[in-house]
Ligand binder design. Structure first.
Ligand SMILES: [Mg+2]
Length: 390
């Protein structure tokens, strides 16, 4: 079997969107002076879709969501020629070939997203040509079903957050992630607002559910140091990405500071990037995304690393490529789960592009033992609402 063609396309949403509320989530741009509320322009409304075709007509499907137009250019210009003509079963060689050939200018960020999308498509091919789901090629089923946590609860007015939490608690979820709306720029008033929001959500979900707190890199070390002790009483399962991904020293310090585990890795790349976080004890939960970290080939190695370090790995964002890895390793106790809803920030866009994404039932996800590959196909229903490039 040989890879014959690679097609990278960008799907850009042009349909209706729901404008998120101001301060729906703190973020790294909050540290900068700006005339605008930074989150007003914070959207992921396009997606990279990669199809890898073999000489016997199998098409593997991969995707990535970081800077899709740039990722497409990297695939077209650099990666496709490295992969075409090779056997998809040589996935380790191909993973190394893409990583090493781009090493001088790649290594992290959008290049790794592009590599990841191709690698995911290769694994989809391997599943399809063996008539096995991808998780069966990675070690098989380690769970009867995958527990998942509800991930949205953007900062809005507190009553709306409580209503949302109640709605999904009633649907059977027992774990929730909420977003902080405020950071250092909002001074003590923002601290009070942040604490109030955690209290409000805890009031609804109680203390028998897990609560995760998301900062999305919107804080700095000093701010995090001051607020973390005040959050302890709410017993968060973890506090996510308090500071920018490169400030590993700050992660190390915060992870030691209180009983609250610090999580991260959503913006880290490659085996060595994650190893550094583990070696330094910078995070107590690793949250790579398969479509950023290097694809399934790298994520599978990271899972083994996390198992050896006894650090749980709970990939970012849900999505099939992550679910297959979570199903096949004991190091991964649960999945993140973005609910499907009207297009807003863009986290939900994959539901509009792909058919086959599982829907949570009573807070659990199931993967089918008999569906070959990743179990995804392109959806036609919303296609008229996208501009497709490539
Ligand atoms: Mg996150």
């Amino acid at each position: 079997m040989k890879i014959e063609a690679i097609r990278a396309r960008v799907f850009e949403w042009k349909g209706a969107t729901v404008p998120p509320q101001s301060n729906f989530c703190s973020n790294a741009m909050d540290a900068l002076y700006s005339r605008k509320e930074t989150m007003n322009t914070f959207r992921f409304h396009s997606w990279l879709v990669v199809e890898v075709e073999t000489d016997d007509g199998i098409i593997g499907l991969g995707n990535a969501a970081l800077a899709p137009r740039i990722a497409k250019a990297i695939i077209d210009e650099y990666l496709a020629p490295l992969v075409i003509g090779h056997d998809p079963w040589d996935y380790e060689y191909l993973s190394q070939r893409m990583y090493r050939a781009t090493h001088a200018w790649g290594r992290k960020g959008v290049t790794m997203a592009a590599i990841s999308a191709i690698d995911i498509a290769l694994w989809d091919i391997l599943g399809k040509c063996t008539s096995r789901p991808v998780f069966k090629l990675l070690g098989g089923r380690t769970k009867e079903r995958i527990p998942c946590y509800y991930s949205k609860l953007y900062r809005t007015d507190l009553r709306a957050m409580q209503d949302e939490a109640k709605r999904f608690k009633d649907l059977g979820f027992t774990a929730f992630k909420m977003r902080f709306g405020y950071g250092p720029a909002h001074l003590q008033k923002g601290v009070v607002e942040n604490l109030k929001s955690v209290e409000a959500v805890r009031e609804v979900i109680g203390y028998e559910s897990d609560l995760m707190l998301e900062c999305y890199m919107g804080w700095d070390l000093d701010y995090a140091r001051r607020i973390l002790p005040k959050l302890e009483k709410f017993q968060p399962r973890w506090l996510e990405e308090p500071v920018i991904a490169d400030d590993i020293d700050a992660y190390v310090e915060l992870n030691r500071l209180t009983e609250i585990p610090i999580s991260g890795g959503e913006h880290e790349f490659g085996l060595y990037g994650i190893k550094q976080l583990l070696d330094r004890k910078a995070v107590s939960v690793v949250q790579y995304d398969t479509n950023r970290v290097g694809g399934i080939t790298v994520a599978h190695k990271v899972n083994a690393l996390c198992e050896a370090y006894s650090v749980p790995v709970i990939p970012h964002a849900g999505q099939m490529h992550n679910y297959h890895l979570t199903m096949s390793t004991l190091a991964s106790p649960m999945s993140e789960y973005f609910p499907m809803h009207d297009v807003e920030v863009g986290n939900e866009l994959f539901y509009y592009i792909f058919d086959g994404e599982p829907v949570a039932q009573q807070g659990f996800l199931q993967l089918d033992d008999d569906t070959p590959g990743l179990g995804l196909s392109l959806k036609s229903e919303y296609l008229p609402q996208f501009t497709v490039i490539g």
